[in-house]
Design a protein. Structure first.
Length: 525
């Protein structure tokens, strides 16, 4: 054993970095072993490209394209665990390539080296299984030869203790190439399956979420792969059991200092992915079901709430732009989410109904009667426009197809700025978000409908709440649609002419310490 930059490294690992078959040893094909010691040029040793110091140690840093920054952050970083600049330069290139491959995978490219190498390995394994020679000497010999091609030439040679009082001169390989070659061999001989191998299949067959939510899964997988690398574990889906899953979640909290809600988000996305590959019998269990992440619930007075009648009046009577006022009116009198509103087409308002796109867990379009107080607004916005034209063209989709931002991103920012300007705000120390936001129109609608005596299940159906027992779609029966129309019409705006505004008292039968309406509204998301 010999100490190199703070790490104890076995001679064997230098001699055979891939742990290949005995045939490779007998054939003497250990690339670069015959090369003499190569000293790095002075200029190369002092080069700081892709490097920065952090707490006295060097780490690699790679800029992230602007379109991917909402998903990956502004820069990707990886610690090298050395305070020597020359050592950092000798090993950085492989790490840089790994980080660039991560960026490429996030961009959805299928022609990156990592992706093509892993696909090649999967094809080799599949052919070996089909021809029934998986594990044979010929199969492993061919895999070993290809693995060394991927490994490439050594980046330098290193003197190491031979364990008998002398030294040996052995090759040191680029760690990124070494990791890629190891992964290739593991997949090709059937010894391992990379963690994200089934991601594309999952996306195609099961994943039905917004781009931003899909990004959470990709980021979660990348963090998991990085954690495995940092802890000496292979990129192998089969090694992730409940113990590893729990340790990973703890590392996110203790080492990366992520907020509990963020950790729970990653664990949730990983659990759904593992649930799919378990269903497909790729893995025997879903270890993420054993991970519990405690998220502190909002304290009394710190939970996001509905607007008051006075706040609704202030918003609708204030100096809003015409398009923002129209959006607010639709939100207040339909209970719809902001993204569903700005995504409406002209044809989505035919026959006196809104046809809102599926949101959250919804599987179908939801049809909601248009409130009579919205009739003039909808008629004005439909006039002279083709059926496939946006109802709110003032708020277009993000220009970049790679953007994770929802269409409502610009509208939300516009509304937040306006809301604050008219004094409708409630901030609590320690909370990033205000307790009131555009979603407060949705809560206000549900509150007013239930105060008007509308049945809870019908209100849930109108606003598209997942607990609703009634579905309002194209095939809904006449009585249900008429009931929905009564529900919508039961919601009345507060006076918008400066008249006095009252706030109704909530007097409902209690269920323990919570009222029925409190319990319902707490789940209107």
């Amino acid at each position: 054993m010999v100490e190199l930059s703070g790490h104890s490294t076995p001679v064997l690992e230098f001699l055979d970095p891939l742990g290949l078959s005995w045939y490779t040893w007998l054939s003497g094909t250990r690339p670069g072993y015959e090369m003499g010691y190569e000293s790095m040029a002075r200029g190369g040793a002092s080069n700081r490209a892709y490097l920065e110091q952090h707490r006295g140690k060097w780490r690699v840093t790679v800029a992230v394209p602007k379109a991917l920054q909402p998903r990956l952050g502004t820069r990707l970083k990886r610690a090298l665990n050395t305070d020597s600049l020359s050592v950092a330069n000798s090993v950085k290139l492989g790490v840089v390539q790994e980080l660039k491959d991560q960026i490429a995978r996030a961009q959805g490219r299928s022609n990156t080296e990592y992706g093509s190498v892993i696909n090649e390995a999967a094809r080799i394994k599949s052919a070996a299984v089909h021809e029934q020679y998986l594990g044979s000497l010929d199969h492993e010999q061919g895999v070993d030869e290809r693995a060394y091609e991927i490994l490439g030439d050594p980046i330098r040679n290193q003197l190491v203790d031979d364990g008998e009082g002398g030294t040996d001169l052995v090759p040191v390989y680029d760690p990124g190439r070494e990791r890629l070659a190891r992964t290739f061999r593991s997949v090709a001989v059937g010894a391992a399956t990379p963690i994200d191998t089934h991601l594309d299949e999952y996306r195609t067959n099961k994943l039905r979420v917004k781009r931003r939510t899909e990004g959470d899964l990709v980021r979660g997988l990348e963090r998991l792969k990085d954690w495995c690398l940092a802890n000496g574990l292979k990129d192998n889906v089969s090694i992730i059991g409940s113990r590893q899953a729990i340790a990973f979640a703890e590392a996110l909290a203790n080492e990366q200092r992520l907020a509990p809600r963020t950790i729970k988000k990653y664990v949730s996305r990983l659990s759904l992915y593992w649930g799919y590959i378990k269903y497909k019998s790729y893995v025997p269990e879903n270890p993420w079901l054993q991970v519990e992440v405690s998220v502190e619930k909002g304290k009394p007075g710190q939970v996001e709430r509905a607007f008051t009648n006075k706040e609704v009046a202030n918003l609708l009577m204030g100096p809003a732009t015409p398009e923002l006022r129209d959006v607010m009116m639709v939100g207040a009198l339909s209970g719809a989410r902001l993204d569903a509103i700005v995504d409406l087409k002209v044809s989505d308002t035919d026959h006196g109904f809104f046809r809102f796109k599926p949101q959250k867990s919804e599987e179908h379009f939801r049809y909601v009667p248009i409130h009579t107080d919205l009739a003039a607004i909808i008629a004005r916005r439909r006039e002279g426009r083709a059926p496939d034209v946006d109802l709110f063209p003032e708020y277009p989709r993000p220009k970049s197809l790679e953007s994770e931002r929802e269409r409502s991103f610009k509208t939300s920012n516009h509304f937040t700025e306006y809301r604050r300007s008219v004094g409708v705000d409630e901030r609590v120390n320690g909370k990033r978000r205000s307790l009131v936001n555009f979603h407060s129109f949705r809560r206000w609608f549900a509150t007013r409908a239930e105060q008007a005596g509308i049945d809870e299940s019908l209100v849930a159906a109108v606003v598209g709440h997942k607990r609703g027992s009634i579905t309002l779609d194209l095939y809904s029966q006449g009585p249900e649609i008429e009931a929905a129309r009564r529900c919508v019409q039961a919601v009345r705006l507060p006076p918008l002419d400066g008249s006095p505004i009252t706030e109704p008292m909530l007097v409902l039968a209690g269920r323990g310490s919570r009222t029925l309406i409190d319990e319902h509204l707490a789940n209107v998301q």
